[in-house]
Design a protein around this ligand. Structure first.
Ligand SMILES: *Cc1c(COP(=O)(O)O)cnc(C)c1O
Length: 362
């Protein structure tokens, strides 16, 4: 039996989604966030599809070097900065732009001899309490960066904690703190993630930093991607590998977690958590078989999952299955698995072949 799960990635959809970002923030430069292997879509593939972006954001040096090795020569921002002098020198060598989020970074900048000055992004903590200078330290940190001869441009940034909630007052507070603390400082500013681009026009500023929306996924709970004019980039597909008649009362899968309430047919699909399908997807989670929604039944296993095809199925072994993507939003599968779509696309495992498609203009 050949492998079943394949993720097709439609680069035209990615290009289309970039145009949506452009339309929403025509005055801003776009830093396309492609960390975590392009949210599981393939970092180099996505960088090439997004040649219309103004720069790329990645989490780590290694991700940035993968892009440079593929001759991606746009600005690349490394969101977690650097951890030692060698990493800092490597960043200079490859013209990478680190985020500076703690005084240790400034000390390394002051004490390391660099081949040329570098552009940095100073991150300020306005309430997320993850990375960034405390409000009380932000000005002092900026002054030290300005005084450092090895620093070229200083850009200013912060990150939202709650921006996916429309009208959220904490987001307004973060915006207000950012404006107050950076008032009077020169330099370009960047605040908006995807939800900022979509819901918070005042956060767009000089650079927007969309991630998830570029992959055609809605960051806003309860608003689907189609309503935002986004097209899903990834479709995770598989095949029916067996169909079994099952009697009323029979229990299906590990733990016998699902019991047939009537005589039916169970389709076995060659996708499991070993491919990245969430093991916690509940019975009833929709699966598309030949374009029709059927319910997942029983526990998802490593290489397979089961669906209820009903008493008189027309489905045959070998028929096509969509686990998520075009025709079945990944947001729905996430909801039904108590997680977020970001996690699902990031966790597609290496054994899944990624097939690139280019479905038209965009
Ligand atoms: C991941 C990330 C983004 C992109 O967030 P999305 O919700 O995917 O748009 C933007 N900025 C920072 C600092 C990030 O870590």
């Amino acid at each position: 039996m050949t492998r079943s799960a394949v993720a097709s990635v439609d680069v035209a959809a990615v290009r289309h989604n970039l145009t949506v970002v452009r339309q929403l923030s025509p005055q801003s430069k776009i830093l396309a966030v492609i960390k975590a292997n392009g949210y599981g879509h393939g970092i180099v593939r996505i960088a090439r599809a997004l040649s219309g972006a103004d720069g790329f954001g990645v989490a780590h040096l290694e991700e940035a070097l993968a892009l440079r090795a593929a001759r991606i020569d746009k600005p690349i921002i490394v969101l977690q900065g650097f951890s030692d002098a060698l990493e800092l020198q490597t960043m200079v060598e490859h013209r990478l732009e680190p985020v500076i989020h703690q005084f240790e970074h400034i000390e390394m900048l002051e004490s390391t001899v660099l081949a040329r000055p570098l552009t940095v992004w100073q991150k300020i903590n306005t309430g997320m309490h993850r990375l960034g200078f405390a409000l009380d330290d932000a000005l002092k940190a900026w002054q030290r960066l300005r005084a450092c001869s090895q620093v070229d441009a200083i850009r200013l940034m912060t990150h939202f904690a709650n921006s996916d909630v429309p009208g959220d007052s904490f987001t307004l507070q973060q915006l207000e703190l950012f404006d107050r603390i950076t008032a009077g400082l020169p330099g370009e500013r960047s605040v908006a993630n995807s939800a900022g681009v979509l819901l918070w026009p005042q956060s767009r500023m000089d650079w927007v930093r969309p991630g998830v929306m570029l992959y055609g996924i809605s960051p806003v709970a309860g608003t689907d991607a189609a309503a935002l004019n986004l097209r899903p980039a990834m479709t995770l597909t598989g095949r029916v590998i067996a169909i079994n008649a099952v009697r009323q009362g029979a229990r299906v899968g590990y733990g016998g977690a699902w019991t047939a309430t009537a005589d039916t047919h169970v389709g076995v699909v060659g996708i499991g958590y070993g491919d990245g399908y969430p093991r916690h997807a509940r019975s009833g989670t929709p699966v598309l078989v030949n374009g029709q929604r059927v319910p997942l039944v029983g526990r998802v296993s490593m290489d397979m999952l089961c669906v209820d095809l009903g008493p008189a199925p027309t489905v045959k072994v070998g028929d096509a299955v969509v686990a998520w993507g075009v025709g079945l939003p990944v947001e729905e599968i996430a909801q039904s698995s108590s997680t977020i779509p970001y996690e699902l696309v990031c966790k597609v495992t290496p054994r899944v072949h990624i097939v690139e498609q280019d479905h038209g203009q965009g």
